[in-house]
Design a protein around this ligand. Structure first.
Ligand code: T6T
Length: 330
């Protein structure tokens, strides 16, 4: 029964069907696959939601899913967790690497130990995998939002909110994180291309700390009383920036565009503190992560890149029933 519904649902061709039949036999012999998911950090609503999507796929496919991560987003804390996960020899590893260079060597150890690696959300190297070039092309697939596009979307939204002119800046995590680097680059490039009357001030890096992002917003505002807007390039950057704007008494006057959509940001949209949130689809990323690992483990080739989508949330649609599934779990 289970096998029939998998084949029907996914609609695989002859090769996929044969592989799944083989996998069915393996399960009948008592073997099931263990897939480990190592998030950027465990307490972020983005990764909690990714875990939920991964759990749904694991349940559907009979996969044993292990979720193990660090309490903060940085390589110093992520690498020991990764090493512990590798020591448990999962059948496949899904990971959101917290630095595109510093995670190459630790992930190569997984690869050398025969563990297939798929990166979710963030990438290592330049994110071009399975090309036969460079030292970081060994992961099988990169499953994520198109973050450059997301940055461009944020620029258009912020430019519109500020009437096409004025000073803005990007509140960001730290250089070296593939996702947030690309969002910032996409944002700046789009402003340069289409909005000559917008001035982008220096990026403020907060190390994924919302309190730091809030004090930075207050300092930038103290130096630039004519600041028109801020792009918060991830959940903590956006939340912190919005709090800083509020604490400076500039709510509504300084426009904030947020990446990510936890309940707190949705609340800020309703109150008018944040204009727009660009919601990623983390549950979809988690779902495809587990499904791709399963496909690979059962002999089905997987694409080296899978791009998931966005949903733009603002005051006009925030209460619509169709939007609720895109608000992150916590
Ligand atoms: O924006 C997400 C994720 O895409 C990024 O790589 C790190 O920050 C978040 O987890 C949100 O906090």
């Amino acid at each position: 029964m289970e096998r029939r519904s998998v084949l029907g649902g996914v609609g695989l061709g002859v090769v996929g069907a044969a592989s799944l039949l083989a996998a069915g036999k393996a399960r009948a012999a008592g073997q099931s696959f263990t897939v480990a998911l190592v998030p950027g950090l465990t307490t972020d609503a983005f990764y909690i939601t990714m875990h939920r999507g991964a759990q749904a796929a694991a349940k559907a496919l009979g996969v044993n899913l292990v979720f193990q991560g660090a309490p903060a987003f940085n390589p110093v804390q992520q690498v020991p967790v990764l090493d512990a996960v590798i020591a448990r020899k999962p059948d496949a590893l899904l990971i959101a690497p917290t630095d595109k260079v510093q995670l190459i060597a630790p992930l190569r150890s997984a690869f050398n130990a025969g563990i297939p690696v798929i990166t979710v959300d963030t990438y290592i190297g330049n994110g071009e995998y399975q090309t036969g070039s460079g030292n970081a092309d060994f992961p099988l697939s990169y499953i994520a939002s198109n973050n450059t596009l997301g940055g461009q979307m944020a620029a258009r939204a912020l430019a519109k909110a500020i009437g096409g002119k004025g000073k803005v800046y990007v509140a960001n995590v730290t250089p070296g994180v593939s996702t947030t680097d690309e969002r910032e680059q996409g944002f700046i490039a789009e402003m340069k291309k289409d909005y000559p009357n917008v001035t982008v001030l220096n990026t403020q890096f907060n190390d994924d700390d919302a309190n730091k992002a809030a004090s930075q917003a207050q300092s930038v505002l103290a130096r630039n009383r004519d600041l028109a807007g801020i792009f918060g390039a991830n959940l903590f950057s956006a939340l912190g920036a919005a709090n800083g704007v509020q604490q400076s008494g500039d709510a509504g006057k300084v426009k904030v565009v947020a990446f990510d959509a936890p309940q707190s940001i949705v609340g800020n949209i309703k109150s008018g503190l944040i204009d727009i949130a660009i919601a990623q689809h983390p549950a979809t990323i988690g779902w495809y992560g587990v499904a791709s690992a399963y496909a690979h483990l059962t002999g089905v080739a997987i694409p080296p890149k899978i791009a998931t989508g966005f949903t733009v949330i603002d005051k006009a649609n925030v209460d619509e029933p169709g939007i609720q599934k895109f608000i992150y779990s916590s």
